[in-house]
Design a protein around this ligand. Structure first.
Ligand code: GDP
Ligand code: MG
Length: 370
Protein backbone atom coordinates (compact mmCIF):
# COMPACT_ATOMS: atom_id res chain seq x y z
CA UNK A 1 0.00 0.00 0.00
CA UNK A 2 1.78 3.11 -1.23
CA UNK A 3 0.27 5.52 1.21
CA UNK A 4 0.83 6.93 4.65
CA UNK A 5 -1.10 8.80 7.32
CA UNK A 6 -0.20 12.47 7.64
CA UNK A 7 0.30 12.11 11.37
CA UNK A 8 2.50 9.08 10.83
CA UNK A 9 4.61 10.93 8.25
CA UNK A 10 5.07 13.82 10.67
CA UNK A 11 6.27 11.59 13.46
CA UNK A 12 8.60 9.66 11.12
CA UNK A 13 10.25 12.94 10.15
CA UNK A 14 10.16 14.18 13.75
CA UNK A 15 8.13 17.17 12.60
CA UNK A 16 4.97 18.55 14.12
CA UNK A 17 1.65 17.67 12.51
CA UNK A 18 1.07 21.38 11.95
CA UNK A 19 4.30 21.73 9.95
CA UNK A 20 3.32 18.85 7.69
CA UNK A 21 -0.27 19.99 7.22
CA UNK A 22 0.93 23.52 6.42
CA UNK A 23 3.35 22.15 3.87
CA UNK A 24 0.61 20.01 2.31
CA UNK A 25 -1.70 23.01 1.99
CA UNK A 26 1.11 25.01 0.45
CA UNK A 27 1.33 22.27 -2.15
CA UNK A 28 -2.38 22.32 -2.80
CA UNK A 29 -3.27 19.23 -0.80
CA UNK A 30 -6.03 19.85 1.69
CA UNK A 31 -5.41 17.15 4.24
CA UNK A 32 -5.63 16.89 7.99
CA UNK A 33 -3.59 14.85 10.43
CA UNK A 34 -5.96 11.90 10.25
CA UNK A 35 -5.92 11.74 6.42
CA UNK A 36 -3.88 9.37 4.33
CA UNK A 37 -1.73 10.60 1.42
CA UNK A 38 0.01 8.72 -1.39
CA UNK A 39 3.74 8.15 -1.34
CA UNK A 40 4.61 10.60 -4.13
CA UNK A 41 2.98 13.39 -2.18
CA UNK A 42 4.71 12.23 1.02
CA UNK A 43 8.03 12.32 -0.82
CA UNK A 44 7.50 15.94 -1.95
CA UNK A 45 6.55 17.01 1.55
CA UNK A 46 9.49 15.14 3.03
CA UNK A 47 11.86 16.89 0.66
CA UNK A 48 10.48 20.31 1.49
CA UNK A 49 10.86 19.62 5.17
CA UNK A 50 14.51 18.69 4.90
CA UNK A 51 14.13 14.98 4.35
CA UNK A 52 14.56 13.36 0.99
CA UNK A 53 13.37 10.31 -0.83
CA UNK A 54 16.17 8.47 -2.48
CA UNK A 55 15.13 5.25 -4.11
CA UNK A 56 13.11 3.63 -1.36
CA UNK A 57 14.50 5.71 1.47
CA UNK A 58 13.64 9.06 2.95
CA UNK A 59 16.86 10.68 4.14
CA UNK A 60 17.59 13.81 6.13
CA UNK A 61 19.70 16.76 4.93
CA UNK A 62 22.45 15.44 7.15
CA UNK A 63 22.51 12.18 5.27
CA UNK A 64 22.48 13.92 1.91
CA UNK A 65 25.33 16.16 2.93
CA UNK A 66 27.60 13.98 4.98
CA UNK A 67 29.14 10.92 3.44
CA UNK A 68 29.38 8.16 6.03
CA UNK A 69 30.05 5.34 3.60
CA UNK A 70 32.56 2.70 4.60
CA UNK A 71 35.97 2.78 2.97
CA UNK A 72 36.99 0.01 0.65
CA UNK A 73 39.88 -2.08 1.86
CA UNK A 74 42.04 -1.12 -1.15
CA UNK A 75 41.62 2.61 -0.47
CA UNK A 76 43.10 2.44 3.03
CA UNK A 77 46.60 3.73 3.72
CA UNK A 78 48.65 3.71 6.94
CA UNK A 79 48.20 6.78 9.13
CA UNK A 80 50.08 8.20 12.10
CA UNK A 81 48.96 7.25 15.61
CA UNK A 82 47.26 9.99 17.59
CA UNK A 83 48.59 10.08 21.14
CA UNK A 84 47.26 11.70 24.27
CA UNK A 85 49.39 12.29 27.38
CA UNK A 86 47.42 11.84 30.57
CA UNK A 87 48.09 11.70 34.29
CA UNK A 88 47.85 13.46 37.62
CA UNK A 89 48.57 17.18 37.92
CA UNK A 90 52.28 18.00 38.33
CA UNK A 91 53.41 14.53 37.28
CA UNK A 92 54.99 16.02 34.15
CA UNK A 93 52.54 15.92 31.22
CA UNK A 94 53.37 19.41 30.01
CA UNK A 95 57.09 18.85 30.55
CA UNK A 96 56.98 15.67 28.48
CA UNK A 97 55.08 17.32 25.63
CA UNK A 98 57.46 20.28 25.78
CA UNK A 99 60.48 18.01 25.69
CA UNK A 100 59.18 16.08 22.69
CA UNK A 101 58.30 19.32 20.91
CA UNK A 102 61.67 20.92 21.55
CA UNK A 103 63.70 17.82 20.77
CA UNK A 104 61.99 17.80 17.40
CA UNK A 105 63.15 21.38 16.96
CA UNK A 106 66.64 20.18 17.79
CA UNK A 107 66.33 17.27 15.36
CA UNK A 108 66.58 19.78 12.55
CA UNK A 109 63.27 18.89 10.91
CA UNK A 110 62.28 21.63 8.53
CA UNK A 111 60.71 24.38 10.61
CA UNK A 112 60.78 23.42 14.28
CA UNK A 113 57.53 23.33 16.24
CA UNK A 114 57.06 26.91 17.27
CA UNK A 115 53.30 27.46 17.30
CA UNK A 116 50.99 26.23 20.00
CA UNK A 117 47.96 24.96 18.12
CA UNK A 118 46.72 22.17 20.40
CA UNK A 119 48.29 19.30 18.50
CA UNK A 120 51.58 18.66 16.74
CA UNK A 121 53.21 15.97 14.68
CA UNK A 122 56.79 14.76 15.16
CA UNK A 123 58.73 12.20 13.26
CA UNK A 124 60.51 9.36 15.00
CA UNK A 125 62.90 7.39 12.79
CA UNK A 126 60.99 8.73 9.81
CA UNK A 127 57.60 7.73 11.21
CA UNK A 128 55.08 10.40 12.16
CA UNK A 129 53.35 10.54 15.55
CA UNK A 130 50.60 13.04 16.32
CA UNK A 131 50.39 14.41 19.86
CA UNK A 132 47.39 16.15 21.33
CA UNK A 133 48.73 19.14 23.20
CA UNK A 134 45.69 20.69 24.81
CA UNK A 135 45.82 21.70 28.45
CA UNK A 136 43.26 19.85 30.52
CA UNK A 137 42.38 17.75 27.51
CA UNK A 138 39.01 19.41 27.21
CA UNK A 139 38.56 18.09 23.73
CA UNK A 140 39.46 14.61 24.80
CA UNK A 141 36.92 14.70 27.59
CA UNK A 142 34.24 16.21 25.38
CA UNK A 143 34.79 13.57 22.74
CA UNK A 144 34.78 10.80 25.26
CA UNK A 145 31.44 12.05 26.51
CA UNK A 146 30.11 11.71 22.97
CA UNK A 147 31.50 8.22 22.60
CA UNK A 148 33.74 9.34 19.76
CA UNK A 149 37.39 8.61 20.14
CA UNK A 150 40.16 10.40 18.39
CA UNK A 151 43.21 9.00 20.14
CA UNK A 152 44.88 5.67 19.44
CA UNK A 153 47.36 5.44 22.30
CA UNK A 154 47.47 6.95 25.80
CA UNK A 155 50.73 7.74 27.56
CA UNK A 156 50.05 7.66 31.28
CA UNK A 157 52.54 9.81 33.14
CA UNK A 158 53.18 8.83 36.75
CA UNK A 159 55.76 10.67 38.83
CA UNK A 160 58.26 8.19 40.29
CA UNK A 161 58.52 10.21 43.48
CA UNK A 162 54.78 10.35 44.04
CA UNK A 163 52.68 7.42 42.81
CA UNK A 164 49.17 6.72 41.66
CA UNK A 165 46.89 9.63 42.47
CA UNK A 166 43.19 10.34 41.84
CA UNK A 167 43.72 11.79 38.34
CA UNK A 168 45.98 8.86 37.49
CA UNK A 169 43.08 6.55 38.21
CA UNK A 170 40.71 8.80 36.26
CA UNK A 171 43.08 8.68 33.28
CA UNK A 172 43.29 4.89 33.45
CA UNK A 173 39.50 4.71 33.46
CA UNK A 174 39.22 7.11 30.52
CA UNK A 175 41.67 5.13 28.42
CA UNK A 176 40.08 1.82 29.33
CA UNK A 177 36.60 3.10 28.51
CA UNK A 178 37.93 4.34 25.18
CA UNK A 179 39.52 0.96 24.55
CA UNK A 180 42.95 2.37 23.76
CA UNK A 181 46.27 0.90 24.89
CA UNK A 182 48.05 2.56 27.80
CA UNK A 183 51.81 3.01 27.87
CA UNK A 184 53.06 4.02 31.29
CA UNK A 185 55.82 6.61 31.52
CA UNK A 186 57.29 6.62 34.99
CA UNK A 187 58.57 10.18 35.09
CA UNK A 188 61.04 12.16 37.22
CA UNK A 189 63.50 9.27 37.26
CA UNK A 190 66.28 11.83 37.67
CA UNK A 191 65.08 12.51 41.22
CA UNK A 192 66.95 10.67 44.00
CA UNK A 193 63.68 9.74 45.69
CA UNK A 194 62.32 8.07 42.54
CA UNK A 195 60.84 4.67 43.34
CA UNK A 196 59.69 3.00 40.13
CA UNK A 197 59.18 -0.43 41.73
CA UNK A 198 56.56 1.03 44.03
CA UNK A 199 54.72 2.54 41.03
CA UNK A 200 54.75 -0.79 39.19
CA UNK A 201 53.32 -2.48 42.25
CA UNK A 202 50.55 0.10 42.46
CA UNK A 203 49.75 -0.24 38.75
CA UNK A 204 48.97 -3.94 39.13
CA UNK A 205 46.00 -2.94 41.26
CA UNK A 206 44.54 -1.39 38.11
CA UNK A 207 45.19 -4.40 35.89
CA UNK A 208 48.26 -2.74 34.43
CA UNK A 209 50.80 -5.51 34.90
CA UNK A 210 54.32 -4.75 33.63
CA UNK A 211 55.69 -6.95 30.87
CA UNK A 212 58.64 -7.92 33.06
CA UNK A 213 56.12 -9.37 35.53
CA UNK A 214 54.33 -11.39 32.88
CA UNK A 215 51.74 -8.76 32.03
CA UNK A 216 51.16 -6.73 28.89
CA UNK A 217 51.73 -3.18 30.03
CA UNK A 218 54.70 -1.37 28.59
CA UNK A 219 56.47 0.69 31.25
CA UNK A 220 59.06 3.31 30.31
CA UNK A 221 61.16 5.01 32.97
CA UNK A 222 61.79 8.55 31.79
CA UNK A 223 62.82 12.02 32.82
CA UNK A 224 60.98 14.78 31.02
CA UNK A 225 63.58 17.11 32.52
CA UNK A 226 66.74 15.48 31.16
CA UNK A 227 65.10 13.62 28.29
CA UNK A 228 66.30 10.26 29.60
CA UNK A 229 64.18 7.42 28.17
CA UNK A 230 61.99 9.62 25.98
CA UNK A 231 63.37 8.17 22.74
CA UNK A 232 62.52 4.63 23.78
CA UNK A 233 59.09 5.80 24.97
CA UNK A 234 58.43 7.15 21.47
CA UNK A 235 59.64 3.91 19.95
CA UNK A 236 57.20 2.02 22.17
CA UNK A 237 54.42 4.30 20.95
CA UNK A 238 55.27 3.38 17.37
CA UNK A 239 55.44 -0.31 18.22
CA UNK A 240 52.08 -0.20 19.96
CA UNK A 241 50.56 1.70 17.06
CA UNK A 242 52.00 -0.73 14.55
CA UNK A 243 50.03 -3.55 16.16
CA UNK A 244 46.83 -1.56 15.70
CA UNK A 245 47.38 -1.29 11.93
CA UNK A 246 45.95 2.22 11.87
CA UNK A 247 44.69 3.13 8.44
CA UNK A 248 42.52 5.71 6.72
CA UNK A 249 41.43 6.72 3.24
CA UNK A 250 43.12 9.93 2.05
CA UNK A 251 40.90 10.04 -1.06
CA UNK A 252 37.62 11.23 0.35
CA UNK A 253 36.24 14.41 1.84
CA UNK A 254 37.71 15.10 5.24
CA UNK A 255 36.14 14.46 8.57
CA UNK A 256 37.60 14.70 12.02
CA UNK A 257 37.42 16.54 15.30
CA UNK A 258 37.83 20.06 16.62
CA UNK A 259 40.69 20.00 19.11
CA UNK A 260 40.65 23.65 20.16
CA UNK A 261 38.86 26.76 18.98
CA UNK A 262 38.88 30.42 19.90
CA UNK A 263 38.00 33.82 18.62
CA UNK A 264 41.03 35.79 17.44
CA UNK A 265 40.59 39.56 17.31
CA UNK A 266 42.23 39.94 13.94
CA UNK A 267 41.57 36.62 12.24
CA UNK A 268 38.12 35.71 13.54
CA UNK A 269 37.33 32.15 14.62
CA UNK A 270 40.48 30.01 14.71
CA UNK A 271 40.15 26.25 15.11
CA UNK A 272 42.60 23.40 15.39
CA UNK A 273 41.25 20.39 13.55
CA UNK A 274 42.50 16.86 13.56
CA UNK A 275 41.72 15.13 10.28
CA UNK A 276 40.70 11.56 11.04
CA UNK A 277 39.79 10.39 7.58
CA UNK A 278 40.00 11.87 4.11
CA UNK A 279 41.96 14.95 3.10
CA UNK A 280 41.11 18.52 4.03
CA UNK A 281 41.85 21.12 1.36
CA UNK A 282 42.20 24.85 1.47
CA UNK A 283 38.90 26.20 0.18
CA UNK A 284 36.79 23.30 1.50
CA UNK A 285 33.45 24.12 3.07
CA UNK A 286 33.26 22.55 6.49
CA UNK A 287 30.57 22.09 9.05
CA UNK A 288 31.53 21.59 12.70
CA UNK A 289 28.73 21.26 15.19
CA UNK A 290 26.66 24.37 14.53
CA UNK A 291 29.42 26.31 12.77
CA UNK A 292 29.93 26.53 9.01
CA UNK A 293 32.75 28.08 7.05
CA UNK A 294 35.27 27.80 4.29
CA UNK A 295 38.89 26.92 5.04
CA UNK A 296 40.64 30.15 4.09
CA UNK A 297 44.09 29.12 5.31
CA UNK A 298 45.68 26.17 7.08
CA UNK A 299 48.88 26.09 9.13
CA UNK A 300 50.62 23.42 11.17
CA UNK A 301 52.50 23.72 14.46
CA UNK A 302 55.67 24.57 12.52
CA UNK A 303 53.94 27.68 11.23
CA UNK A 304 53.96 26.28 7.70
CA UNK A 305 51.11 27.05 5.34
CA UNK A 306 49.43 23.93 4.00
CA UNK A 307 47.06 23.51 1.09
CA UNK A 308 45.95 20.07 2.20
CA UNK A 309 46.01 17.87 5.29
CA UNK A 310 45.51 14.12 5.28
CA UNK A 311 44.57 11.59 7.98
CA UNK A 312 46.04 12.15 11.48
CA UNK A 313 47.34 15.58 10.50
CA UNK A 314 46.43 18.44 12.87
CA UNK A 315 45.98 21.90 11.35
CA UNK A 316 44.93 25.30 12.50
CA UNK A 317 42.36 26.83 10.20
CA UNK A 318 40.68 30.18 9.77
CA UNK A 319 37.46 30.86 7.95
CA UNK A 320 34.70 29.52 10.19
CA UNK A 321 31.66 31.74 10.60
CA UNK A 322 31.61 31.15 14.32
CA UNK A 323 33.72 29.37 16.91
CA UNK A 324 33.01 25.63 16.96
CA UNK A 325 33.11 23.66 20.19
CA UNK A 326 36.16 21.65 21.28
CA UNK A 327 35.26 18.04 20.68
CA UNK A 328 32.79 18.75 17.86
CA UNK A 329 32.95 16.58 14.76
CA UNK A 330 33.77 18.37 11.55
CA UNK A 331 32.98 17.33 7.99
CA UNK A 332 34.02 18.82 4.68
CA UNK A 333 30.90 19.05 2.54
CA UNK A 334 30.11 19.74 -1.09
CA UNK A 335 27.19 22.12 -0.72
CA UNK A 336 27.52 25.29 1.32
CA UNK A 337 23.84 26.24 1.10
CA UNK A 338 22.77 22.84 2.39
CA UNK A 339 25.43 23.04 5.11
CA UNK A 340 23.87 26.29 6.33
CA UNK A 341 20.48 24.62 6.30
CA UNK A 342 21.83 21.73 8.35
CA UNK A 343 23.38 24.09 10.86
CA UNK A 344 20.05 25.86 11.29
CA UNK A 345 18.44 22.49 11.83
CA UNK A 346 21.05 21.52 14.41
CA UNK A 347 20.56 24.78 16.25
CA UNK A 348 16.84 24.13 16.33
CA UNK A 349 17.48 20.58 17.51
CA UNK A 350 19.66 21.83 20.32
CA UNK A 351 16.73 23.99 21.39
CA UNK A 352 14.30 21.07 21.27
CA UNK A 353 16.77 18.60 22.71
CA UNK A 354 14.32 17.51 25.36
CA UNK A 355 11.81 16.47 22.71
CA UNK A 356 14.02 13.60 21.65
CA UNK A 357 16.32 12.81 18.74
CA UNK A 358 15.73 14.29 15.30
CA UNK A 359 16.50 13.20 11.79
CA UNK A 360 15.94 9.47 11.81
CA UNK A 361 16.20 7.64 8.55
CA UNK A 362 12.87 6.31 7.45
CA UNK A 363 12.58 3.49 4.97
CA UNK A 364 9.47 2.87 2.97
CA UNK A 365 9.24 -0.42 4.71
CA UNK A 366 9.17 1.43 8.02
CA UNK A 367 6.55 3.73 6.61
CA UNK A 368 4.21 1.15 5.31
CA UNK A 369 4.70 -1.97 7.36
CA UNK A 370 2.14 -1.23 10.03
P1 GDP B 1 51.71 18.56 34.59
O1 GDP B 1 50.84 19.24 35.59
O2 GDP B 1 51.47 17.08 34.58
O3 GDP B 1 51.64 19.16 33.22
O4 GDP B 1 53.21 18.70 35.14
P2 GDP B 1 54.35 19.68 34.66
O5 GDP B 1 54.96 19.25 33.39
O6 GDP B 1 53.86 21.09 34.73
O7 GDP B 1 55.45 19.41 35.78
C1 GDP B 1 55.23 19.72 37.15
C2 GDP B 1 56.55 20.02 37.83
O8 GDP B 1 57.39 18.88 37.79
C3 GDP B 1 57.34 21.14 37.15
O9 GDP B 1 57.95 21.91 38.12
C4 GDP B 1 58.38 20.41 36.32
O10 GDP B 1 59.53 21.15 36.12
C5 GDP B 1 58.63 19.17 37.16
N1 GDP B 1 59.06 18.02 36.37
C6 GDP B 1 58.40 17.49 35.31
N2 GDP B 1 59.08 16.44 34.84
C7 GDP B 1 60.17 16.29 35.60
C8 GDP B 1 61.27 15.37 35.61
O11 GDP B 1 61.38 14.46 34.79
N3 GDP B 1 62.21 15.54 36.57
C9 GDP B 1 62.14 16.54 37.50
N4 GDP B 1 63.10 16.62 38.40
N5 GDP B 1 61.13 17.43 37.51
C10 GDP B 1 60.16 17.31 36.58
MG1 MG C 1 50.38 20.66 32.53
Amino acid sequence: PDEIGVGELASRMKKTGAEVVKCLIKNGVMASLSDVIDFDTAAIIAEELGCKVEKEIIVTIEERLIDVSEDKEEDLRPRAPVVVVMGHVDHGKTSLLDYIRSSDVASGEAGGITQHIGAYQVSVKGQPITFLDTPGHEAFTAMRARGAMITDVAILVVAADDGIMPQTVESINHAKAAGIPIIVAINKMDKPEANPERIKQQLTEYELVPEEWGGETIICPISAKTGMGVDSLLEMVLLTAEMQELRANPDRSAHGAVIEARLDKGRGPVATLLVQNGTLHQGDVIIAGTAVGRVRAMTNARGQKLTEAGPSVPVEIIGMGEVPGAGDDFHAVADERMARELVEQRKQENKDRLNGPVGQKVTLEDLFSQ
